[in-house]
Design a protein around this ligand. Sequence first.
Ligand code: HEM
Length: 124
Amino acid sequence: MKKQRPVNLDLNTIKFPPSAISSILHRVTGVAMFFALLFVIWAWAVSLGSAQGFADVQVIMDGFIGKFVAIGTVSALTYHILGGIRHGIMDMGYWEELESGNTSANVVIGIWIVLTLVVGVALW
Ligand code: HEM
């Protein structure tokens, strides 16, 4: 084994390839959706519980936090589904090479950003 092996623990100097960013985003959006679902289920239950509950949830969803959570949740779901479809295609044996894997990751991230902007404008 080489005695002077390269050591690089400064994360700021490491450039992540698109496929790595896509993988991290997939896990982050999966975990984010888990927590978002807690809010969604709570809001659903409260809004169906009574007329007052419905009005309360309506006020929350009309405010900054409600809109932020709604757009964030839809954005996370959008990325997770796009990433999930990419995973499914890779499971069938396509886009597994370095170049095509990075290209598909870039395409997924690009579509996600565009769809998030569209949803953001529509829901705000
Ligand atoms: C509310 C619904 C969902 C939640 C809360 C969720 C959550 C998660 C989480 C937390 C992970 C990461 C697991 C890990 O890295 O150990 C994950 C992975 C995954 N999810 Fe979802 N998911 C949801 C819906 C979906 C949907 C609709 C699809 C398909 C379109 C999907 C496809 C996948 C795939 C393929 C992986 C594995 C990715 C990998 O191997 O790196 N998920 N999900």
